[in-house]
Design a binder for this molecule. Structure first.
Ligand SMILES: [Zn+2]
Length: 118
């Protein structure tokens, strides 16, 4: 498969990110206590393909439970952009709703049972 460049951002644009991936046709939905409230479709991206460019100190993160993950969000607009977890070191879990040109309503859904696995 040919890798394709993707760009994403939070709502206000203070957090920008980019990565390369095979054309995105699927999204992961997780049923853990955090993801079920935020309802986002996610996608895994290897860390070496992921670049973050933020303004000032816009990037903050939220942790809960066993602190296995850092759920990054924008301090200004509150949008969750991506996460890092100790389950998948070196990978980012990107909120596809923040990625330009990806229609999350048109994607096939893969379920992740975070409720029981995390
Ligand atoms: Zn923002």
């Amino acid at each position: 498969m040919v890798m394709q460049p993707y760009k994403g951002s939070c709502h206000c644009g203070a957090i920008q990110f980019s990565f390369e991936a095979e054309p995105i046709t699927k999204g992961i939905r997780c049923n853990c206590s955090f993801c079920s409230k935020r309802g986002a479709m996610m996608h895994l991206v290897p860390g070496e393909k992921f670049q973050i460019d933020t303004k000032d100190d816009a990037l903050n993160y939220y942790q809960f439970g066993k602190n296995q993950a850092k759920h990054y969000f924008c301090r200004n607009c509150g949008i969750h952009t991506f996460s890092e977890t100790t389950r998948r070191p070196g990978q980012y879990i990107v909120n596809l709703g923040c990625v330009d040109g990806v229609d999350t309503f048109a994607l096939e859904t893969t379920m992740f049972d975070g409720k029981n696995l995390l």
